[in-house]
Write a protein that binds this ligand. Structure first.
Ligand SMILES: [Zn+2]
Length: 415
């Protein structure tokens, strides 16, 4: 048995927000869903997302949370909650969420105008359209897209909007459509085509919901343009979305401007200046740390007596991080030829072992051995090694263990 297709009221009037219908079927899919004989609800299709709203009976108001096209040509209204006591044949009243529908009409008609603008100006064709909650996008079939092209298309689209051109719905046969020079012709499956005619600007076959006059789009604002696999993706917002987006941009910029005590248009310049200052200060800090480490290394070496031909330096720091003790170890082992430095920091408990070039021990191996005993991890080269300890209390034992091993090892006397 062939089920009758749902009569789509939005095909003829996109501004029909209220309608009467009869229930044909109640389905559990497992979500509860209703199929009606006629509907003004738009199901997700052709890049435009579904309407939401309500279906009211004499005793209940059911929330429609999603609307989809079934393969048999019927429209399925998914409901938020299971349906009780509803029979096929019941008369219901449908009500579309008008705010959401108006937003979709603005975005969708805005897309027609924008796609046509890219063709008129640069012969760039739209290959796909996507509508998300925050923004929409079209993919253009082109290997390149310049900032100037984006701005020109935006300007032309907004001129067409300001001219408030009529947006008419026409039904033609496929044969008639072939002679009209459509921007977009759907794959051959239906004989009757629904055309959206933006007076003297764009003609394309489309089943979506559109405004009646281009002025109702409000405006189109182009956002990010990025290279994608099949061309260039251009994000845009239209109507109230454009206003909401501009409002959010302004709020963000105002907050950033306050941080710099600057006008919003001076933010890039101020940010560049601040970044330059940060780079310069970071460089100065690095130089100061180097100088400080060199001075401290010299002082430590001066007060460390030589034993068995070497200077063994053993120290745990609580006020320095791993990078600082590494730097100190480098300075110590470079300033004198017979140094072994066994250093630790209790900040993120870690160890650094280093020796002057030519000393006989193996710091990497020593690090591995002592860390194995306390359950840490690390390693390094013959002259420099580092590792992490599971907790600060174990550092002292690890350093003592390493020192004992160094003292027991033969030393090289350097004159
Ligand atoms: Zn359309």
């Amino acid at each position: 048995m062939m089920l009758p297709m749902t009569d789509r009221l939005y095909y003829h009037d996109s501004f029909l927000y209220d309608f009467e219908a009869e229930v044909c079927e109640i389905a559990e899919t497992p979500r509860s869903a209703l199929i009606l004989d006629r509907t003004a609800f738009y199901p997700t299709s052709g890049g435009q997302v579904f309407d939401t709203g309500w279906i009211a009976t004499d005793s209940a108001k059911l929330h429609v949370t999603e609307v989809a096209d079934a393969e048999d040509g019927r429209v399925v209204h998914y409901l938020e909650a299971p349906v009780k006591d509803l029979q096929p044949g019941t008369r219901v009243h449908g009500q579309i969420d008008a705010t959401r529908r108006r937003d979709h009409m603005q975005q969708h008609t805005g897309q027609h105008v924008l796609s046509a603008a890219f063709i008129r100006l640069f012969d760039l064709h739209t290959v796909s359209f996507h509508m998300a909650d925050e923004y929409c996008s079209i993919d253009l079939d082109t290997p390149t897209l310049t900032k100037e092209q984006v701005e020109s298309a935006e300007r032309l689209a907004n001129e067409i909007i300001l001219e408030n051109r009529p947006v008419d719905i026409r039904f033609v046969t496929r044969e008639e459509a072939g002679k009209l020079g459509l921007r977009k012709l759907p794959p051959a499956e239906r004989d009757a085509l629904r055309l959206i005619d933006i007076r003297d600007f764009d003609l394309s076959a489309c089943g979506g919901t559109h405004v009646r006059q281009t002025g109702q789009i409000g405006c189109v604002m182009l956002r990010k343009a990025e290279k994608v696999r099949q061309g260039w993706r251009v994000e845009f917002v239209a109507g109230q979305r454009a206003v909401a987006t501009a409002r959010r941009d302004f709020t963000t910029l105002t907050e950033a401007a306050a941080l710099f005590s600057a006008h919003i248009y001076d933010i890039p310049q101020q940010a560049r200046k601040s970044l330059d200052e940060i780079r310069s200060l970071r460089k100065q800090a690095e130089q100061s740390q180097e100088q400080l480490a060199a001075a401290q290394a010299a002082a430590i070496l001066a007060e460390t007596p030589e034993a068995n031909g070497r200077k063994l330096i053993l120290h745990t720091f609580s006020d320095r991080d791993l990078n600082a003790i590494k730097l100190l170890a480098q300075k110590l082992t470079r300033l004198a030829p017979n140094v072994v430095a066994l250093l630790a920091t209790t900040q993120q408990p870690s160890l650094v072992f280093a020796q002057s070039a030519g000393q006989p021990s193996d710091m990497g191996a020593l690090m591995k051995e002592v860390l194995a005993k306390i359950g840490g991890r690390g390693g390094g080269s013959k002259d420099m090694a580092q590792g992490g300890a599971p907790d600060a209390e174990k550092l002292r034992a690890a350093l003592d263990e390493a020192a004992t091993r160094i003292r027991g090892a033969p030393s090289t006397h350097t004159a």
